[in-house]
Design a protein around this ligand. Structure first.
Ligand code: SF4
Length: 343
């Protein structure tokens, strides 16, 4: 059996654990390197560890953090969506996207989500539980192992799967710190992007921590009435409060923010919404990432058209705001967050 639950341990936790088992200090380093540099997860793979220690690891960590139960590949072969079963039987999703030289993975931080965004399949499921830091790390290591077998590496990690990462702040950030460790997986902080729906106190905490991780805000609407009807969390954290926190984030860190916008036909893809948005974010160091809505069963809204999307982008560009219209990928495998798990 794989010892994947050990991903819950930081390097110093592993040092303490092995010391408590009477092992010399250097064993912790060997175990850490095996996990994060060689992507080993089965005790028998750790051939530099003595057999009794391998056996003890197998006894103490008898299960893997997650097990793939359904793997779907899009018809263009560029998107691989995996349904992963956790130890308690719950399921989450993680996605690998291969475009040109990029190997981007999208990971989950919770089972379900408490934010209730009306257009999102995960939001429609409700909140089940937070993922542990190890369950978050294990998703990255799962794809790292998969790509390694093909001589490839993960290039980017986006924390945009199931759940609101800032609602599970501690576990999400400690997972990223673990993956960031120079003597372990050594995945640069700048290659992570966290996407939040706009939990203002957490954005402020993130700002104070001055991390190098990229920040994306799921905005989706430019006035409070519309935004509250799409994202209930807008009531406690309205747009102006979010943008004030974003302004402070940019001035403290000097880093650019991305605003995410799911374009819903006739709802938030109008010239009025584009102009209102432009007025609010003009002059900010930012980028708008707009993508036609991925329709879900529980929401009547439909994706925008190509023409309306281009018009939306053009209006923002006229105000000097960079905007990209992203393509919807993996539609044939329900790559929208939560669509597979909610089934
Ligand atoms: S869009 Fe994100 S924050 Fe909103 S319900 Fe879905 S998973 Fe949660």
């Amino acid at each position: 059996m794989a010892i994947g639950l050990i991903y819950n341990y930081s390097f110093s936790d592993i040092k303490s654990l092995l010391a408590s088992w009477g092992e010399p200090n250097y064993r912790a380093r060997q175990l850490w390197e095996g996990l994060y540099q060689h992507f080993w997860v089965f005790p028998k793979q750790f051939t530099d560890l003595p057999l009794p220690l391998r056996n003890r690891l197998a006894e103490e960590f008898p299960t893997d953090a997650l097990t793939p139960v359904n793997i779907l590949r899009s018809s263009d072969k560029q998107t691989l969506k995996t349904l992963l079963r956790l130890n308690d039987g719950q399921a989450i999703e993680a996605v690998l996207m291969c475009y040109a030289k990029r190997r981007t993975i999208c990971i989950s931080t919770q089972v379900g989500c408490a934010m209730g965004c009306v257009f999102c399949a995960t939001g429609q499921m409700g909140f089940k539980r937070h993922l542990s830091s190890g369950e978050i790390v294990a998703q990255v290591m799962y794809f790292a192992r998969l790509l390694y077998a093909d001589g490839e590496v993960v290039t980017n990690v986006v924390v945009m799967g199931m759940g609101e990462p800032f609602h599970n702040y501690e576990n999400t950030l400690s997972a990223i710190d673990r993956l960031n460790d120079l003597e372990g997986y050594n995945f640069g902080a700048r290659r992570f992007t966290i996407s939040t729906v706009g939990l203002v106190p957490a954005i402020r905490r993130f700002t104070e921590e001055k991390r190098q991780i990229n920040l994306a805000i799921s905005l989706h609407a430019a006035d409070d009435a519309l935004r509250s009807s799409m994202l209930p969390i807008n009531k406690p954290y309205p747009i102006d409060d979010i943008l004030a926190a974003c302004r402070d984030y940019i001035s403290v860190t000097g880093r650019r923010i991305t605003f995410e916008w799911a374009l819903v036909n006739g709802v938030n893809d109008t010239p009025e919404q584009a102009r209102l948005l432009a007025g609010k974010i003009k002059g900010l160091l930012c980028h708008v990432n707009a993508i036609p809505l991925n329709p879900t069963i529980g929401y009547a809204g439909q994706p925008t058209t190509r023409l309306r999307a281009n018009n939306f982008k053009e209006i923002l560009n006229n105000y000097g705001i960079p905007c990209t219209i992203r393509l919807r990928r993996g539609m044939d495998i329900q790559a929208g967050c939560g669509q597979l798990a909610s089934k």
